[in-house]
Design a protein around this ligand. Structure first.
Ligand SMILES: *Cc1c(COP(=O)(O)O)cnc(C)c1O
Length: 483
């Protein structure tokens, strides 16, 4: 059944959500656990390029890519062709039962393309949290040590161990403890909120890291895990030199350096891996999200001697590296081959920067524009301060949604609007979506001077540690749905 291409234009046929979506959402509420939030309660009928078409016939501009997953497009023909072919041959064997060579081919691509000029091996999994946990298993097996170092504002997943590694309490961790022990948190060189000023962030944060290690005994740490650009924590780009400094500290103490590239990797930032901007390679690198082109596939890739330190049978999973997902990944790799998609990410950055960066000003509630490639964000705070204004961000997002532009909110304080368009988004569509965002900001700001969104920012933002006051404040509004 060939269908016509989905027009790459925004179209509002009904209010958003429309009546059909509203009906389906009501039914969902009767059937689905209320533990699942939703950023925008519309039901999708088709998706292609930069457009999500809902069941009411609205065409919504996709600035989310299903959280950085459909980077090559939600119906990329290269992915579809390979998955269809695989679907016709077989769907599953379990790689631990009998083998298929697409698994090996995905591993080979990752061994070749991840940073680091050393012999590598790869293990495939299904979810990001699962891959992060396996990176920890590998690091522990290889070092014989237990402790894990993570950072302020980190996000690593929703399983018990990765919840412990994740910084933000609400919504990820609230009521789900106790968590596994031996997870220690160190300061993140976050330029905007660094108490000693952005220019001192790298040196002071590295000193903080050394202090945490010293207090615990650096020789007891198996792994240090960091996102090269933090995702859910607020698209925080570490101050220059921080990643390289961490790499040095890890090496000095024999700690396995793990880069969580699940959100920032696979071309999202305009390079294949975000850590390339800092010239840093992980001993292990974790990939996911865009890797499977919409099918569940994640990986741990790293030094052969670490990856092979695990006893045979120690790694695996029923669906780990499922054949359909491997076929999809091979389609994703093919889509990246000619370089157009990386160029696309840089084109997106140019366009978004030109429109949004000028909004940052002394007297503006937009206090920061940051990110790389097609992973960009603006942060809302009381003008001239770092005091977060989550209600303002939520109001802007809601207005965009009503106008048919899907943006997501993120950040430890819930005050960041992030843009994650598919790398294939057309230029006109991108500019239309940005124009809607700019109008939404202007409209909400006009209301906000009238007082509507005042009082949502009781604390000056210190480093990643939220104050009890602020935690309470976060609970006041329906937490903008992050991951
Ligand atoms: C999404 C994400 C994860 C978790 O991936 P899941 O597939 O949701 O388990 C881990 N780390 C980072 C940086 C992520 O963005």
């Amino acid at each position: 059944m060939e269908s016509l291409p989905l027009p790459q234009t925004r179209l509002l046929r009904t209010a958003i959500p429309g009546p059909r979506s509203a009906t389906l959402h009501a039914e969902r509420t009767r059937q689905v656990s209320s533990g699942f939030g939703v950023a925008l309660p519309v039901f999708i009928d088709r998706a292609e390029g930069g457009i999500l078409q809902d069941v009411d016939g609205n065409r919504i501009i996709d600035f989310a890519s299903g959280i950085a997953v459909t980077s090559v497009g939600a119906s990329n023909p290269l992915v579809q062709a390979r998955v269809s072919d695989q679907l016709a041959r077989f769907t599953h064997t379990c790689f631990m039962v009998t083998e298929y060579d697409s698994f090996t081919a995905v591993c080979e691509w990752l061994n070749t393309h991840t940073p680091g000029d050393f012999e590598k091996r790869t293990a495939l999994f299904s979810t990001g949290a699962e891959a992060v946990e396996n990176a920890i298993k590998i690091a522990r097996a290889a070092t014989g040590r237990e402790k894990i170092l993570v950072f302020d504002d980190a996000y690593h997943g929703r399983s018990l161990l990765t919840m412990a590694m994740t910084a933000k309490v609400n919504p990820y961790k609230t009521s789900f403890g106790p968590f596994p022990g031996e997870v220690h948190r160190a300061p993140m060189a976050a330029p905007l909120r660094w108490p000693g000023g952005a220019e001192n962030a790298t040196a002071e944060a590295l000193a903080g890291v050394e202090a945490v290690l010293a207090a615990q005994g650096p020789e007891t740490f198996a792994a240090m895990v960091i996102e090269p650009i933090q995702g859910e924590g607020g698209f925080i780009v570490p101050a220059p030199g921080f990643l390289a400094g961490l790499r040095g500290i890890a090496e000095r103490h024999g700690i396995v350096f793990v880069l969580d590239e699940i959100q920032a990797g696979m071309g999202r930032t305009g390079r294949m891996f975000a850590s390339e901007y800092e010239g840093v390679a992980g001993d292990l690198v974790v990939t996911g999200k865009a890797l499977g082109g919409g099918l569940p596939l994640t990986a741990v890739t790293g030094r052969a001697e670490l990856m092979n330190a695990v006893h045979s049978g120690g790694l695996g999973g029923t669906y780990a590296g499922n054949p359909l997902a491997c076929a999809a990944a091979l389609g994703v790799f093919e889509a990246f081959e000619n370089g157009d998609l990386l160029a696309g990410a840089l084109r997106i950055e140019d366009t978004v920067r030109r429109v949004l960066e000028p909004l940052v000003a002394e007297d503006s509630p937009i206090v920061d524009f940051r990110g790389r490639g097609a992973m960009l964000a603006i942060e809302f705070a009381a003008a001239g301060t770092a005091s977060p204004r989550p209600l303002l961000a939520a109001a802007v997002a809601a207005r965009c949604h009503a106008e048919g532009v899907l943006v997501l909110v993120c950040g430890t304080y819930g005050n960041v609007i992030r843009l994650l368009p598919p790398l294939v988004i057309g230029q006109d569509l991108l500019e239309d979506g940005l124009a809607v965002l700019v109008r939404a900001i202007a409209a909400v700001q006009a209301e906000s001077t009238a007082g509507e969104f005042d009082g949502d920012s009781p604390v000056e933002g210190p480093t990643g540690h939220t104050t009890p006051d602020f935690e309470q404040n976060l609970r006041r509004f329906e937490t903008a749905v992050c991951e």
